[in-house]
Design a protein around this ligand. Structure first.
Ligand code: HEM
Length: 467
């Protein structure tokens, strides 16, 4: 057999160790990068920026946007949930699910249009809800809803197709991935409903629907993929065996049953029924999350299996799961209170849980897993040097941001809104800085990649000429 010499731009991949009909050759696929960069743009330019603006406006420190504060608060929530979490989770699901299922990568002619739809939807909603009301804002909200619905349905369909055609081993990640794909299809319908209702209501989506929708998405569409990916890798990083299907079935059922009840609470029931449904949903899902964090993820230990540089990334995963554990307990408590009273209870605990999940399960896990599994960080993962100053600064900024944001939420009804929202604004600034440092490391890794390929090509050339 003759072999061609490596050329510039080639991607040298490990030769397959097995030749078998089931072995899928690795193909370089970089479209996940646009999802990461798009998610970072949404977070830095919209979600975290608006978090500071609304906190300062709620405290009365600034008057900018005062009259549209309810809309801007929704704009912040969805920039984070749809833009930051949604884009990243979609990118990772489209990249990783085919690998897990032993299928060829999903083609860029599918993934890139999905990215465009999802990005346009998130950006459109934020612009519509943070600009002056009028027919243009209403039209933009509807267009964003249509784009988002198409994008979310396509994510559900692409992942579902991949799973249906892939290897059918009874591994737990598959069940979470199936559930995740189904929740993306549900999200598509919710996006349409929210867009049309919001357009008829001064670009403000009715609060009960919006709240039920945000929880449904965080628990169902995001939570399931988070635990699908974690259950297949994280315990191993921390030197434990992968959990079995039997072990993960009860918390997985709790999480999804909870998300279903939350979804049902958005239907037009009367007050107490709706509050009890939402409460029961949050309580069940909370119990599921608190159970999943130590079993499918990890809340203690050292990532001994990883190199020193990668261990710094593993502590993000640890912190993420510890906050999931905390958020789960808060949700179980807040939800149980509403089940008993039939009223909206424990705003502080719900807000703390929402932000523990948003900054922990979502932000910390994104940063940790991106560094641990995405190829663009492969060179840095392999470095022998431990984490540098910028890694430590980013880490401590984000840890402080979680602490302050959760305290600001739990202090609801105990201290006045002014100082409470100043704590939140400080958290927002710290989170923004931490994320900006992570964005910097992504850009640095993207720029370093050609050097990595050149090194690999040289190494391959040397071994070729030595044959
Ligand atoms: C440190 C960063 C953050 C700060 C300072 C912050 C601040 C806030 C504030 C002040 C509110 C309004 C709460 C109220 O009504 O009293 C809020 C709501 C919300 N936040 Fe955040 N947030 C941050 C990060 C996040 C993240 C990362 C996510 C999700 C990934 C998120 C999702 C939400 C949602 C869904 C709402 C509810 C929006 C609504 O009422 O429609 N936040 N946030």
């Amino acid at each position: 057999m003759t072999s061609r010499r490596p050329q510039d731009g080639d991607v040298q991949l490990e030769p397959p160790v097995a030749r078998h009909a089931d072995v899928v050759p690795a193909v370089e696929d970089r479209s996940y990068l646009i999802f990461i960069l798009g998610a970072l743009a949404m977070a830095l330019l919209a979600g975290f920026l608006l978090s500071v603006v609304i906190s300062l406006a709620l405290s009365g420190t600034i008057t900018w946007g005062e009259e549209r504060l309810p809309q801007m608060t929704q704009a912040h929530g969805w920039a984070q949930v749809q833009g930051w979490a949604g884009l990243f989770v979609a990118g990772m699901a489209l990249r990783l699910m085919p690998r897990f299922a032993g299928r060829p990568p999903i083609r860029t002619k599918v993934t890139v249009p999905i990215f465009v739809l999802l990005f346009a939807a998130a950006a459109g909603r934020v612009v519509a809800q943070s600009s002056p009301a009028g027919t243009a804002a209403e039209a933009l909200l509807v267009v964003a809803g249509l784009a988002g619905a198409a994008g979310a349905a396509a994510v559900g369909a692409a992942v579902g197709y991949t799973l249906a055609r892939g290897r059918k081993r009874p591994e737990p990640w598959r069940y979470f991935a199936w559930a995740g794909a189904a929740w993306w299809a549900v999200w598509a319908v919710l996006m349409l409903i929210a867009a049309f209702k919001g357009a008829r209501n001064d670009v403000f989506v009715p609060a009960r629907l919006d709240d039920a929708m945000a929880w449904t998405v965080m628990l169902g569409a995001v939570g399931n993929f988070v635990f699908s990916v974690q259950s297949r890798s994280v315990p191993v990083f921390f030197g434990r065996r992968l959990p079995s299907r039997r072990k993960l079935a009860p918390p997985g059922v709790l999480l999804n049953a909870g998300a279903l009840l939350v979804l049902a609470s958005g239907l037009p029931f009367d007050g107490p029924v709706s509050e009890r449904l939402l409460g029961a949903g949050l309580a069940l899902a909370g119990a599921g999350l608190a159970w999943l964090a130590p079993v499918a993820g990890s809340v203690w230990g050292e990532a001994k299996r990883l190199r020193p540089r990668a261990r710094a990334a593993a502590r993000y995963v640890l912190a993420a799961n510890i906050t999931v554990l905390m958020a789960g307990a808060l949700l179980a408590w807040a939800g149980a209170n509403s089940v008993v009273s039939g009223e909206f209870e424990s705003f502080g605990a719900r807000d703390a849980a929402r932000h523990a999940l948003g900054l922990g399960m979502i932000t910390m896990l994104i940063i940790g897993m991106a560094q641990l599994v995405s190829p663009v960080f492969a060179l840095e993962r392999a470095e022998a040097r431990p984490a540098g100053l910028e890694d430590h600064l980013a880490w401590w900024s984000l840890v402080a941001a979680i602490g302050l944001r959760v305290i600001a939420a739990l202090a609801y009804a105990h201290i006045e809104t002014g100082p409470r929202m100043h704590l939140a604004a400080t958290a927002g600034v710290l989170a923004w800085l931490g994320l900006a440092m992570f964005a910097f490391s992504v850009v640095r890794a993207v720029r370093k990649e050609p050097r990595m390929k050149a090194l690999l090509a040289t190494a391959a050339g040397v071994s070729d000429s030595g044959r």
